[in-house]
Design a protein around this ligand. Structure first.
Ligand code: 26Q
Length: 793
């Protein structure tokens, strides 16, 4: 394609002319961006073709990652860098008078996800390709990704995310591979063929759009397949076309439609089945183009289910095998139960998926019949093996009018994994204890990871260069070799250089904050950062109460001294999550008072960064001194932001939760700042927890809590009532007050530690040195060895 800047310039100029009919000097930046994007995609296509050919040539087994979320972010820099052509493009463009960074800024994030689970899928895609494994993604091509967050008067406002406005230059539409998906209708038994037939169904066509996933320093290029719904040729005759058309469009319109109504719930279930049915049909067709039958399907295909959202895969593959490929139940079950592996990402009861049976039965009549059969066979088997009917009822899939998707996932998969050591322990010993005991060996742990290419190499070139200068660049291929930095953590020169890099990154963030929030922050202050989805268990409220506490300390004590701190928040709350949205409003209200108060703002500033997402994370995380990971112990399955911060040289101020436990294990306690109740302590405290004791026993805490409802932060005293109620009248489900004192003490220790810059830099360097373990390359290797058993191409 192009290997030199001359070739690049020629190709680029040619494309500008042939696509837009004008020369480079007259072209618009968006045109330049789109041409660059198309060049990179075509460049990747060469390897894409050979990868596909090699998989066939060597009969490789492939892994498919099914997920309702893929939070890819921007892809231009990532792809240019992974392909090793970033510099050629940069210099070539610059000779044409074009600044590559300006083009980079034009790309909109592919925000097809909420948070951790979706970003994990994206990191896995990068590691799979970079390690040369055949692994592909399947998801929905949502027309609108996660909403764009605006802050108006301190409130979160949701605006549609029109990520496809300029088109998506990375995708290739594949109409030839369109398949039909059926909803509604009834099932009839045909006694002649002895088969069940789906009658009167509503067909929807699924069209795939393929996105190349390029690895670093490899020719392997995998595929992320985005499924799009469009009207089928088999339009139901009894249906008004306009209504049908609208219903079809709705399927791929938004990620997580509001599910507070029945029609919203139906739509979500439709989305799940749409992905599952389309994805499986395509894989089966592909398999049958290479092999005579599906007998060896599970030997050539492994499917990882990202949480329960795509778990309909299990009954759907049964249906395809039995109804469309003439398998008997037992044979089909053998293939199915050797194909799927399931990852659990949460132990919060409200996030465990349960679908009303009536809904499933109506929308997916044949699939429901199969689920019912799976349930009864499993139920009978449990009774036969244990003689315990109540146990069989508890372990079953159908209960109280609902279908328990996690149980379906466990029964139908050959592997079930948690995403961090502690989380897997909780699954095995608590939340899914009985199922885990029933299936010895099925449950396993795969501690999450993040791609060090995006999160260190590309997001923080300043730090990467410093590391390269000190220990070379072998860590890029083998991230564990970051540990070579350990030898230099005491080196004053490196410490100083690290501090300089950190300052530079803090300055960039400060510039952004000045431009967007119109607030000047002091880059010598400690940057305490908490960026993540807003959720009660993540306890953004704990940091806010900490800020309020310190505010009163400063106000009530003229001699009060503290080292300046900047608290930076970012994250979105689910549109219907009133409590979380009120916490956002509280942060903004407190920020206004704090930042405008001269006595206080010299010590403390509070910033809320609007619309946190992948691209902003790349700016924010490298600038952190302190990473706030303060969830109630036992609630955060893993966390992955914690790993990104650590890799960028921030100190974790956190609880013993999720992967924090393993961060501590890597770096030792003295290189973190750990506080608060442990999982076991919370369990002990639970029956006797009385939040009012904390209120009455400490006047300072009482002052903080009262401020929520006495008009201190808003003229409307009712504004933050829901927070007061959650804490005080619903007995503080997430133990915020139980941990407040320990949190404040930990913040104090941070303040002291930070003032010894050499010691601080040493701890940061140790964190970076030990972060290699959290590369998703390590995670992927574990999945490959223990679950997928796929080979490099
Ligand atoms: C629930 C009910 C019905 C439909 C959907 C859902 C639903 C949707 C999304 C439930 C959960 C999610 C997202 C979960 C998530 O992002 N979990 C995070 O996964 C990360 C990757 O493993 C972990 O690091 C985080 O700890 C975990 O919170």
């Amino acid at each position: 394609m192009f290997t030199s800047k001359e070739e690049f310039i020629m190709e680029f100029s040619k494309r500008i002319i042939s696509t837009y009919g004008r020369c480079v000097s007259q072209s618009h930046v968006t045109e330049q961006f789109m041409v660059l994007e198309s060049m990179v995609r075509d460049y990747a296509s060469v390897n894409w073709a050979t990868t596909k050919a090699d998989i066939i040539k060597y009969n490789k087994k492939q892994m498919y990652y099914f997920s309702l979320e893929f939070l890819m972010g921007r892809m231009l820099v990532n792809n240019l860098m992974n392909l090793g052509i970033y510099d050629v493009a940069k210099i070539g463009l610059s000779e044409l008078g074009i600044n590559i960074h300006e083009l980079e800024e034009l790309e909109t994030d592919a925000g097809l996800g909420n948070g951790g689970l979706g970003r994990l899928a994206a990191c896995f895609m990068d590691s799979l390709a970079s390690l040369s494994y055949p692994g592909n993604g399947n998801t929905i091509r949502y027309e609108y990704g996660l909403f764009k967050q605006k802050i108006e008067d301190g409130y979160q406002i949701e605006v549609p995310d029109q990520w496809l406005k300029l088109g998506n230059g990375w995708e290739v539409r594949k109409p030839k591979h369109t398949v039909d998906v059926k909803f509604w209708g009834t099932v009839q038994y045909n006694s002649e063929t002895q088969k069940y037939e789906h009658k009167g169904a509503e067909c929807v066509s699924a069209v795939p759009y393929d996105v190349p996933i390029v690895g670093m320093d490899t020719t392997v290029t995998n595929t992320l397949r985005l499924w799009h719904a469009q009207p089928s040729d088999n339009i139901p005759s009894n249906k008004d076309f306009r209504q049908y058309n609208q219903e079809v469009r709705d399927i791929c319109q938004t990620l997580y439609p509001d599910d507070s109504t029945i029609s919203g719930k139906t739509l979500r279930l439709k989305q799940q089945y749409f992905l599952v049915a389309a994805g499986l049909q395509a894989i089966i067709k592909y398999h049958l183009s290479l092999y005579p039958s599906l007998d060896n399907f599970h030997e050539k295909t492994v499917i990882q289910l990202n949480d329960t959202h795509p778990v309909l895969c299990i009954p759907e593959l049964m249906r395809l095998l039995i109804d469309e490929h003439d398998y008997e139940w037992d044979q089909a079950w053998f293939i199915v139960s050797h194909t799927f592996a399931y990852t659990n990402h949460t132990v919060l009861v409200e996030a465990l998926e349960r679908w009303p049976i009536t809904l499933m039965q109506a929308l997916l009549p044949r699939v429901y019949m199969i689920i019912d059969e799976i349930h009864h066979r499993f139920h009978d088997e449990v009774i036969k093996r244990t003689g315990d009917k109540e146990k069989a009822d508890r372990l079953g899939i159908l209960k109280d009018g609902y279908c328990d998707m996690a149980h379906l996932a466990v029964v139908g998969s050959f592997s079930v994994n948690g995403v961090a050591y502690l989380h897997t322990q909780i699954l095995k010993n608590d939340v899914m204890r009985e199922l885990s005991d029933y299936f010895p060996g099925k449950f396993n742990n795969k501690t999450n990871g993040i791609t060090h290419r995006r999160w260190l190499l590309y997001a923080n070139p300043q730090l990467s260069d410093l590391i390269k200068q000190q220990i070379g660049d072998s860590w890029i291929e083998q991230p564990l070799l970051l540990s070579r930095l350990l030898d230099y953590s005491l080196d004053p020169k490196l410490q100083e250089q690290f501090i300089a890099v950190k300052k530079e990154r803090k300055q960039r963030l400060a510039d952004y904050i000045l431009k967007n929030n119109h607030i000047q922050v002091d880059i010598d202050s400690i940057f305490n950062i908490q960026v993540k989805r807003f959720h009660a268990y993540k306890r953004q409220l704990l940091s806010v109460l900490g800020i309020i506490y310190q505010y009163y300390e400063i106000k009530n004590n003229p001699d009060y001294q503290m080292y300046p701190q900047t608290f930076i928040f970012g994250g979105k709350a689910a549109p219907g999550y009133y409590f979380a949205k009120t916490v956002i409003k509280l942060i903004n209200s407190v920020a206004k008072v704090v930042n405008e108060d001269e006595d206080v703002s010299k010590y403390m500033k509070v910033i809320f960064i609007e619309n946190y997402g992948v691209t902003l994370a790349e700016l924010i995380i490298p600038a952190a001194d302190v990473s706030l990971q303060i969830s109630t112990a036992g609630k955060e399955a893993s966390g992955t932001g914690n790993m990104k911060f650590m890799m960028n040289g921030a100190i974790t101020l956190g609880t013993m939760d999720g992967a924090n436990v393993e961060i501590v294990q890597q770096v030792a306690k003295e290189n973190c700042e750990i506080f608060g109740l442990t999982t076991a302590e919370i369990e002990d405290l639970k029956p006797n927890y009385r939040v009012w004791d904390y209120y009455h026993n400490d006047p300072k805490i009482k002052r903080v809590i009262d401020s929520l409802v006495d008009g201190s932060w808003d003229n409307n005293r009712e504004q933050f009532r829901v927070i007061f109620e959650e804490l005080m009248n619903r007995n503080d489900e997430y133990f915020v007050l139980a941990d407040l004192d320990a949190y404040l003490k930990a913040l104090n220790r941070i303040e002291k530690r930070y003032q010894d810059q050499a010691e601080w830099a040493k701890a940061c360097l140790i964190n970076i040195a030990k972060s290699g373990y959290f590369s998703s390359d390590r995670t992927i290797k574990e999945y490959v060895d223990d679950i997928w058993h796929i080979e490099k191409i």
